[in-house]
Design a protein around this ligand. Structure first.
Ligand code: GDP
Length: 427
């Protein structure tokens, strides 16, 4: 298992936390490479149940170095809350490292995101309002403050003063609200800087040296492919790339050094926030999937929309990520269904298509073309081998494998570490 990227293949919440927690047993390094504290990974392991937002899911293995990569935007306040919670529950964070190139979320990012979403009215994107989007926008606009900037108070003071002057013209001029105080932000972030200093490192060399030693590295994604700012349901998208390509950039590792790309798919599909979803079910089956699968946001508690497995979106996801294998999660949530549907194509304005359209307008108009398979109507949560699954469940997985276009490596039949079937090796 030299270098494996674990990628959300749908709209996020596929169960990446569980799979990374499981694969991390053999990992020497786990790197979170994108997003910010808008991503919530739920992990259930022998230490209890945890909802991680920024800290990589490998933190439960004290020998694994856990890196918050350059591609992540870090809210220090949220980070320290998470560190405190982990420490109070007996989990050490001595193995945590933060890239010196990671951008920081500043108080004006949170304030601006709230104001921007209000101003969008009914067209609001449905962001978590944690300041992630504005922080990535500033990174691209070269107006970001990075972890390394906190290490030199003079540099930080100058940079913050000039950025805040600009931000305050937006607060007062565009939105007619009070400006933010330079002193308050400066003092608060200097304190954060002191606490963060032991964690901040140049991380590309740490990873490079580990690769040269033949060590095992996991690249942990956040969100999912269909939220990518280029390939997702733009503008209902996230602000950093959750793709395998994003793993390379966000962790600072060349694409040729990634040995396996594991795409995570739920055995059905969910989406949270606004935006189109062709196989959305607004009926009792959708409600059943939501209840049974506890499909509510880990951090936000927002109910997720649920629908049948969408293989058009899945093939697209495989293509743009180059998946070497797939993990199908939450198969057990289909246990009670009498029949299952899989979307195999879309009908768009009377024409059958096999691609994922670029615009949300087209995606809202497409009608899914379904094929139907019988359900297995028995509990599979204790099954450990593929051959022991009911025939209908094996048929369903085999059909998904054909449609997704890459081998299914893992099948998850429950939230706990052990509730995983290995159908074929990840690497
Ligand atoms: P992530 O952001 O991709 O890590 O996904 P979330 O943590 O938001 O959501 C996944 C949820 O599903 C978590 O509560 C997991 O504990 C749970 N989960 C993961 N795999 C399985 C599975 O195979 N079966 C069941 N029942 N729950 C699972």
């Amino acid at each position: 298992m030299p270098v494996i990227a674990v990628i959300g293949a749908q709209w996020g919440d596929e169960g990446k936390g569980k799979v990374v927690d499981m694969l991390a047993e053999k990992a020497d390094i786990v790197v979170r490479f994108s997003g910010g504290d808008n991503a919530g990974h739920t992990i259930i392991n022998p230490y209890g149940k945890f909802a991680l937002q920024l800290v990589p899911s490998g933190i439960f293995y004290p020998d694994a170095v856990c890196i918050i990569g350059n591609g992540v935007v870090v809210n220090p306040e949220v980070l320290f809350k998470e560190i405190n919670t982990l420490n109070q529950r007996g989990i050490s964070t001595d193995n945590l490292v933060i890239s010196d190139r990671a951008n920081l979320i500043m108080p004006y990012h949170l304030a601006l995101e709230g104001l921007e979403e209000e101003a969008r009215g009914k067209d609001a994107i449905g962001t978590t309002r944690n300041g992630i989007g504005p922080a990535f926008a500033d990174k691209t606009a070269r107006r970001g403050i990075r972890a390394a900037d906190l290490l030199d108070k003079e540099v930080f003071a100058k940079r913050l003063a000039s950025i805040l002057e600009y931000k305050n013209t937006i607060f007062t001029g565009t939105y007619g609200v009070a400006p933010l105080s330079l002193d308050e932000i400066y003092n608060k972030y200097c304190e954060f800087g002191e606490r963060m200093t032991p964690y901040i490192r140049e991380t590309t060399a740490i990873i490079d040296e580990a690769i040269k030693r033949g060590e095992h590295i996991l690249l942990e994604g956040a969100q999912g492919t269909l939220l990518d700012p280029d390939f997702g349901t733009y503008p209902y998208a996230t602000s950093s790339s959750p793709l395998a390509g994003g793993a390379s950039v966000g962790a600072g590792i060349g694409p040729t050094r990634i040995d396996a790309v594991l795409g995570l798919f739920k055995a059905y599909i969910t989406r949270v926030g606004a935006g189109p979803m062709p196989t959305r079910l607004d009926d009792e089956t959708g409600e059943l999937l939501r209840k049974q699968g506890n499909e509510y946001g880990t951090v936000s508690g927002r109910p997720r929309d649920c629908g049948w497995f969408d293989s058009v979106a899945a093939r697209y996801s495989t293509r743009i990520n180059g998946f070497t294998g797939a993990a199908i999660t939450k198969l057990d949530n289909l246990d009670t269904l009498t029949y299952l549907r899989i979307c195999t194509a879309y009908e768009l304005d009377g024409e059958i298509i096999d691609y994922f359209p670029a615009t949300i307008q087209a995606l809202e108009r497409v009608k899914p073309v379904y094929e139907e398979m019988p359900g297995w109507q028995t509990s599979i949560t204790d099954i450990l081998k593929f051959e022991d699954l009911p025939r209908q469940a094996r048929d369903y997985i085999n059909r998904l494998e054909e449609l997704i276009g890459c081998p299914v490596n893992l099948i998850c039949v429950g939230p706990e570490r052990g509730q995983t079937i290995q159908k074929s090796p990840v690497l």
